[in-house]
Design a protein around this ligand. Sequence first.
Ligand code: FES
Length: 160
Amino acid sequence: MTELLSKEVKAEIDRWLKKYPEDQKRSALLPALRFTQEANDNWLSEDLVKAVAEYLDQPHIAAFEVATFYHMYNLKPVGRYQLNVCGSISCKLCDCKGIVDHLKQKLDINVGDTTKDGKFTLKEVGCLAACVNAPMMQINKDYHENLTPERVDSILETLE
Ligand code: FES
């Protein structure tokens, strides 16, 4: 199944494998899944997860344990923009629920869903280490902090 991984993805994985002892290939699961996801419109099919496991000489279950545990892996297709609203304690105390409710209403989707035009996917995620500026969300790789519903609206307006 490793033929599903592109030459570029394999090269990235190989680069990371050099950071770990020969018999610790499992340590490269997180970056390997990340590169694979980024090369596949930001989501991982079951076959791709298996391909990563096989490339690292690991049982399939080892890769599925990682892919299903961390929120940054998407196991179904996602929109062009992923709105990851932090739902952990600092953000909770600063009304992240209000931000999520605002996004649900504005985009007419529930958490975990993608808008019909394929533009936005809404997720609630664990702490993203920007607690001091709660509430916050990550849009693809960018952080947006000190959110209010009005600020969320102006951020979304800047996204094509
Ligand atoms: S609790 Fe939200 S970023 Fe840490």
